[in-house]
Design a protein around this ligand. Structure first.
Ligand SMILES: NC(=O)c1ccc[n+]([C@@H]2O[C@H](COP(=O)([O-])OP(=O)(O)OC[C@H]3O[C@@H](n4cnc5c(N)ncnc54)[C@H](O)[C@@H]3O)[C@@H](O)[C@H]2O)c1
Length: 407
């Protein structure tokens, strides 16, 4: 299905553009566009989103930032060797991989980078704006799929913490929000990229547990930007299952006594999450869905172990101890074996299309109805997958009803 000549081109700017997830997104979009594979796992390709005016897959143009320089075709070959991408795919879509590779710019801060936060935001903003101009894009969305950062101390998990720097404007006042506060620390890189996205006039999606727009110093910028945004942390495996099983126990009035989980994975994500500070945000999201769906946090912890030989293939075990009638003790155990990038990529294509369409239709602020996709959704919304799907259906209906005005 080639893009029609009149179809506006939509940019997808990936932070972490040379990573496993990003490479699978770019390769997957090319493979589906070329008719080589079905769009399995893409909710936006189901009847739910018929006639919603979403940008067609062939209209998506990819670029992004990364701190490594491994060419995308080579990265794609490594994913073939790891069993993530099908054999023969990179050679069938070399032109698309090379085109995206040409649109990737050095991110930051690189080791030894002495640039101030404001200089980094300036550089990132310029890169995104240049991408939109060079490629003749109607709009671009920025999606964070970079390595998970350690959680900065003092950042509340769900809401923007109160802040004294919250009166910053999207215009020239933005600089104060990314400069290190007196006696404080600089914003993490994910927040610098988020600020750059908004400055460049782009909707922002945070597919990782990193802080991103979730920093108190960016609350006002997010509000005044008039842009839609969504996050955090894609819900692709263990938490997806938890958001179905948690409501099941609650609705059947079964008493969950303990819920424990362990994850084994390798790849770049496994290595990043071997840092307990990086794993903390991820595990908090996984545990929160239990408290939200069960009404109380059960006993038990969630762990992530880095097992490099597993690469992108994750095994997630859950062990759930629950009580039945007359206090009868029972156990449910689940084993999820998934290919992380193959689970994440279709969701990122969905989110890019949905936020681009939301922007086109003039929607602003947190896209709460996209909670279906996230472990720690922005705004106040349901935590059970069934209810989140209903909210997503409502969003589809809303998009369908909105005129296709071009901003
Ligand atoms: N795959 C899933 O199912 C899933 C689900 C939820 C969240 N995520 C998140 O998606 C992210 C990507 O996962 P992955 O498997 O692709 O990891 P990866 O290690 O393969 O890729 C991450 C990329 O980010 C780049 N990067 C690191 N710091 C950067 C910076 N400051 N600026 C620009 N680029 C930077 C790295 O060089 C690397 O290329 C992780 O944060 C992961 O937690 C993945």
């Amino acid at each position: 299905m080639p893009a029609s000549l009149s179809e506006p081109r939509v940019g997808v700017w990936l932070i972490g553009a040379r990573g496993s997830v990003a490479t699978t997104v770019i390769a997957g979009c090319a493979a589906v566009t070329a008719g080589l594979h079905a769009p399995t796992g893409m909710v936006t390709e189901t009847d739910l989103f018929a006639d919603c005016g979403l940008p067609a897959l062939p209209s998506l143009v990819f670029g992004g930032h990364d701190t490594v320089d491994c060419p995308l075709p080579k990265r794609a070959e490594a994913l073939v060797a790891g069993g993530v991408l099908p054999h023969g795919l990179p050679s069938a879509i070399t032109a698309e991989l090379e085109a995206a590779d040409r649109e990737i710019r050095p991110g930051g801060p690189a080791p030894g980078d002495t640039r101030e936060p404001t200089e980094l935001v300036d550089a990132f903003t310029t890169d995104i704006r240049d991408f939109a101009r060079r490629c003749g894009l109607a709009r671009a969305v920025v999606v964070n799929v970079a390595s998970t950062e350690p959680t900065p101390v003092g950042i509340a998990s769900r809401e923007h913490a109160p802040t004294e720097t919250a009166s910053l404007e999207c215009g020239h006042g933005w600089a104060a929000s990314v400069a290190p506060a007196r006696g404080g620390t600089a914003l993490p890189p994910s927040s610098l990229y988020a600020a750059a996205a908004l400055r460049a006039g782009c909707p922002y999606v945070n597919f990782t547990p990193s802080t991103g727009l979730h920093h108190p110093a960016l609350a006002s910028l997010a509000e005044s930007s008039g842009l839609p945004y969504a996050g955090r942390d894609g819900k692709t495996g263990q938490t997806l299952l938890r958001s179905v099983l948690g409501p099941m126990f609650a609705q059947r009035a079964l008493a969950v006594r303990a819920w424990s989980g362990t994850n084994l994975l390798g790849g770049g994500d496994g290595a990043a999450l071997a840092d307990p500070a990086a794993a903390a945000a991820k595990n908090a999201g996984k545990e929160r869905v239990l408290a939200d769906t069960l009404g109380t946090a059960p006993e038990g912890e969630t762990h992530i172990d880095d097992v490099p030989v597993l690469g992108d293939w994750k095994t997630a075990w859950d062990h759930i101890a629950f009580d039945g009638f007359l206090g009868t003790r029972m156990i449910l155990q689940t084993t999820w074996q998934g290919c992380d990038s193959a689970l994440a990529a279709p969701l990122i294509l969905d989110l890019a299309r949905l936020t681009a369409r939301a922007h086109e239709a003039g929607l602003t602020g947190p896209l709460t109805e996209l909670g279906f996709y996230f472990k720690d959704p922005v705004g106040e919304g349901p935590a059970a997958l069934g209810e989140q799907y209903e909210a997503l259906a409502g969003f589809a209906a809303r998009l369908r009803g909105l005129s296709r005005e071009v901003r």
